[in-house]
Design a binder for this molecule. Structure first.
Ligand code: PGA
Length: 252
């Protein structure tokens, strides 16, 4: 395959509601010497409180930063929320949109997610759109239908662009230690790419698609060997510099 047209490889960390300044500084002190001369994109999505501090401090370290969530409205009386412009101003270049924890604990609908993706793109933030089935949906044989529905509805208002990143994150694999088998992950992501192709044409072949859900140093290489998987969104194993570095360095 022509490299120019290949999707970028992206290894992204989702720190969720973990770490303060001290822990973040220790993390980067340990991580940076381990991941020098990285050819792949490495993105860290810290809690909003840390974004500006670490984006400023580590601006030239080869790591990019992302927010974990934004509101879709440009500004206004939305106590506790942050806008795409504010996230970008704090140093984010990416933003996670529609993570299953936001969908389930905070009732985010596909409609909201699609507006968040739009808001991100309007501020030149690259959205990492998360979709994935629950255990019940998988056991009922509804996985592909759920993925199609979530993909189409989450992109309802979005213009085709390779700035978007799509993360397949089966809900049953998040934080549970149960990783999807490479075959299942490849099937799901291959399906998502085929659906995106229906929607956006050939551009879909250039969109980076990540797997997320209990990614660890022990399983990253077999996941990355799958043709449709272009990277990983890592939660628990991204909190320790050593394990995140081992994931980033999966080829070594
Ligand atoms: P996990 O989380 O790696 O801890 O399973 C992944 C995610 O929620 O993005």
């Amino acid at each position: 395959m022509d490299d120019y047209h290949s999707p970028q490889t992206i290894i992204a960390a989702n720190w969720k509601m973990y770490k303060t300044r001290k822990g973040a500084a220790e993390f980067f002190d340990n991580l940076l010497p381990l991941v020098k001369d990285q050819e792949n994109l490495v993105v860290v999505c810290p809690p909003a409180t840390l974004l500006m501090t670490i984006a400023d401090k580590y601006a030239d370290c080869g790591v990019l930063f992302g927010a974990q969530n934004i509101h879709w409205v440009a500004e206004g009386a939305y106590t506790g929320e942050i806008s795409a412009e504010q996230a970008a101003d704090a140093g984010a270049q990416f933003v996670i949109c529609g993570h299953s924890e936001r969908r389930h604990y905070f009732d985010e609908s596909n409609e909201m997610v699609s507006h968040k993706v739009d808001a991100a793109l309007n501020q030149n933030l690259r959205p990492i759109l998360c979709i994935g089935e629950t255990l019940e949906e998988r056991e009922a044989g509804d996985t592909l239908e759920v993925l199609r529905e979530d993909l189409f509805a989450s992109l309802a208002t979005v213009e085709p662009t390779t700035d978007i990143v799509i993360a397949y994150e089966p809900v049953w694999a998040i934080g549970t230690g149960k990783v999807a088998s490479p075959a299942d992950a490849e099937e799901a992501i291959g399906f998502i790419r085929a659906q995106l192709r229906e929607l956006w044409g050939e551009l879909a072949c250039k969109v980076s698609m990540l797997y997320g859900g209990s990614v660890k140093p022990e399983n990253i290489a077999e996941l990355m060997a799958c043709p449709n998987i272009n990277g990983a969104l890592v939660g628990g194993a991204s909190l320790k510099a050593e394990s995140f570095a081992a994931i980033i360095n999966y080829k070594k």
